[in-house]
Design a protein around this ligand. Structure first.
Ligand code: GN1
Ligand code: MG
Length: 366
């Protein structure tokens, strides 16, 4: 069957078979495949959820259902208008399921497309401030989600100790024969030099000093949708919403939103931290989050930016050493280019660390 017909057949599991259907690829995700669909005149998003990475898609979809229903309830309580553009809405299959499993074992889901919305890969301080408020509100709205804890869609997802363990195994196995390269060996040393410092969050957690809260766990700048007037509409990409340290969500936004270059910039001169964006995001986030954050969490936010950048360096690097099995790549050296760019950002965060600490303190009113 032609690719488009195959995709249409999947769409028909969710919409009427006589609807006219159009499809086109959407977004820049490294893991799932996304399409914009128009069916019967209505816009949707169709996604193939990567079940090699998300090993329990039914549970993942159940998480998303719980999260979006809870947020919808909060918005209704607040008397918010235009709620369908402020929270994602899953579209069930004709059988009432939250996903469709095809003959090849792939998992598909559909949701309503949020109209008149846009996302940014690069933003300015004003938008960063709004994004900070949005992610602070997101965490605070999910703090009282009822029922069992959310399912961990990827175990140990942001656990630095676990990430380092996997990294060391990959270095040892050297499956793709990439360890003989001098640059690669140097980078391994750079990672190891920082390993102990970067496992601080797990240590604090074990000592009972750092709690786990419901986090988004993929707070990339382009996971926020803005409307035509640049007001935040909604937070998207909810696959990894699960318990974690708030340092993760703070850090991942800074890693992506406050980088003057791209995540995979080939020109390392472009890469560095933009302190104005760091400051604006911190202000927005703390405006919402000081009510529930502990002192230890606030004190470690700037560290969170280093941690997530380090973690992403380790993750891209591990995938390069493994022979590119996790992240989609656009060219053979892509994961190494990503590793270099993330490491350059880490160096910049290290250089600016004191100033970042000062900004956090000031924004927290300390
Ligand atoms: C992946 O596919 P995407 O862009 O939403 C990854 C994130 C990384 C990110 C790096 C499940 O997210 O953790 O931070 O790439 N998601 C998963 O840009 O691994
Ligand atoms: Mg994601």
């Amino acid at each position: 069957m032609k690719e488009t017909n195959r995709l249409k057949e999947i769409v028909f599991q969710f919409v009427n078979r006589d609807d006219h259907v159009e499809l086109k690829p959407l977004g820049k995700g490294h893991i799932n495949d996304s399409y914009k669909v128009i069916a019967g005149g209505n816009p949707y998003v169709l996604q193939r959820v990567n079940h090699h990475i998300f090993k329990n898609v039914p549970q993942l979809q159940n998480n998303i259902y719980r999260v979006t229903s809870h947020i919808r309830g909060k918005l209704e309580e607040q008397g918010a208008t235009d709620i369908d553009r402020k929270v994602l809405t899953l579209l069930p299959t004709h059988e009432g399921k939250l996903y469709h499993k095809d003959d090849e074992g792939n998992y598909w889901r559909m949701m309503h497309f949020i109209t008149d919305s846009k996302s940014y890969d690069e933003i300015n301080p004003e938008l960063a401030y709004r994004a900070g408020i949005a992610f602070g509100e997101f965490q605070s709205m999910l703090a009282d989600i009822p029922g069992e804890p959310l399912f961990e869609t990827i175990p140990d997802f942001h656990n630095m100790e676990a990430r380092l363990k996997t990294f060391r195994e990959s270095v040892k196995a050297d499956k793709a024969g990439r360890m003989k390269d001098k640059e690669v060996a140097n980078l391994v040393k750079e990672i190891e030099d920082r390993a102990e410092e970067m496992c601080k969050a797990e240590r604090l957690h074990r000592e009972g000093k750092l709690p786990k809260r419901i986090n988004h766990c993929d707070t990339k700048v382009n996971n926020i949708l803005f409307d035509n007037e640049d007001r935040v509409l909604c937070v998207v990409d909810l696959d990894t919403v699960m318990p974690g340290y708030v340092l993760s969500d703070f850090g991942d936004f800074i890693r992506t939103g406050a980088n003057t270059g791209a995540e995979d910039d080939k020109n390392l001169d472009n890469v560095g931290v933009d302190l104005a964006i760091f400051e604006a995001y911190t202000k927005g986030y703390l405006e919402k989050a000081t009510t529930f954050l502990t002192e230890v969490e606030v004190e470690n936010l700037a560290f969170g930016a280093k941690l997530l950048t380090y973690m992403q360096t380790v993750r891209f690097f591990t995938d390069y050493i493994d022979g590119d099995t996790y992240y989609k790549i656009a060219y053979p050296e892509h994961n190494l280019v990503r590793t270099r760019a993330q490491f350059k950002l880490l160096l910049s965060l290290e250089e600016n660390f004191q100033e970042m600490q000062r900004i956090v303190k000031e924004a927290a009113g300390k």
